[in-house]
Structures are given as C-alpha cells and as structure tokens.
Ligand binder design. Structure first.
Ligand code: MN
Ligand code: ZN
Length: 148
C-alpha cells in the first residue's frame, strides 16, 4: 500500500524537527517511528498505547504535541472525523484519497490513477488554483462484508 520507506520518512521528519530545535527524546523518536510507518493510519490514542508499552512514562500530551507539530510541518496528514477520532498518515503526508470502513474504521489508501487528472479538471472547470484536496470514500471493507 505504502511506497515510502519508513526509515527515510523518519530522516525527513527529524530534519524538519531539528530546524525547529525540537528536542528528540527516545519517546519522541518512538512516536516518529510509528508515524513513519503509519500502519493502519493510527490515532493519537493508538500511538500513545504503542509508545507507552515501550516507555511507560510517556504522557498523552507528548504524543499530541509531537503529532500536532508534525502536522503543522506537513510531515503528517490528518484525517479528521466529526466525532474527533482523528487518524494520521506520516508515511505519505501529501494529500491522497482514502477508503474508510464505516464499521471497523479500517483505512486504506491505494495509489489511484486519476487523481492528477481530477484535480486538473476541477481547476479547469472552476478557475481555482488548487492547493490540496481531501478525498474520502466511505463504505464496508472486504472483512466487514464477509461478516454481513
Ligand atoms: Mn494515507
Ligand atoms: Zn471494516
């Protein structure tokens, strides 16, 4: 699904964070590792639970702060939902479409062929200069379809 090398993503995140003189503690590095892989598009709680297993003294505030800063630096993409259950993609921080299962909340993001063409068409038909998009497709994932 993801084409980006998590190791390289960590290096990119670290470079941006160092520009901000953000101190990299072992806990924060663990947060970066989880975001760089972004297996399943984790929530802050998912990240917190995983980091806490390795570093029990980690606070939820540290996770929030690190994730927020990476989002601000365009090093993590936020998928926001009306109920506040936001999820994050630090593996591919560029805008890209997601398929979201309404039942189990599994999120997938295969590479689609026509996104550039769609963006161009939108720009051509509206005269807008397009900066980014948020494309979310909602439905039932294959696993949940089997259970129905
Ligand atoms: Mn994604
Ligand atoms: Zn599902």
């Amino acid at each position: 699904m993801h084409s980006r090398e998590p190791g390289r993503r960590i290096d990119e995140m670290l470079a941006k964070l160092r520009e901000r003189e953000f101190r990299i503690t072992p806990q924060r590095l663990a947060i970066l590792k989880i975001l760089a892989a972004s297996e399943g598009h984790p929530s802050v709680d998912d990240i917190y639970r995983e980091v806490k297993a390795e570093f029990p003294t980690t606070s939820l505030a540290t996770v929030y702060k690190t994730v927020s800063l990476l989002k601000e630096l365009n090093e993590a993409l936020e998928l926001s939902f009306p109920d506040g259950s936001n999820r994050y993609d630090g593996n591919n921080p560029a805008p890209h479409p997601h398929a979201i299962c309404v039942k189990c909340k599994r999120i997938m993001d295969p590479e689609l062929m026509n996104i550039d063409a769609l963006t161009e068409e939108m720009s051509r038909k509206t005269g807008y200069k397009i900066f980014y998009h948020e494309l979310e497709f909602f439905g039932l994932c294959p696993e949940c379809q089997k259970k129905n």
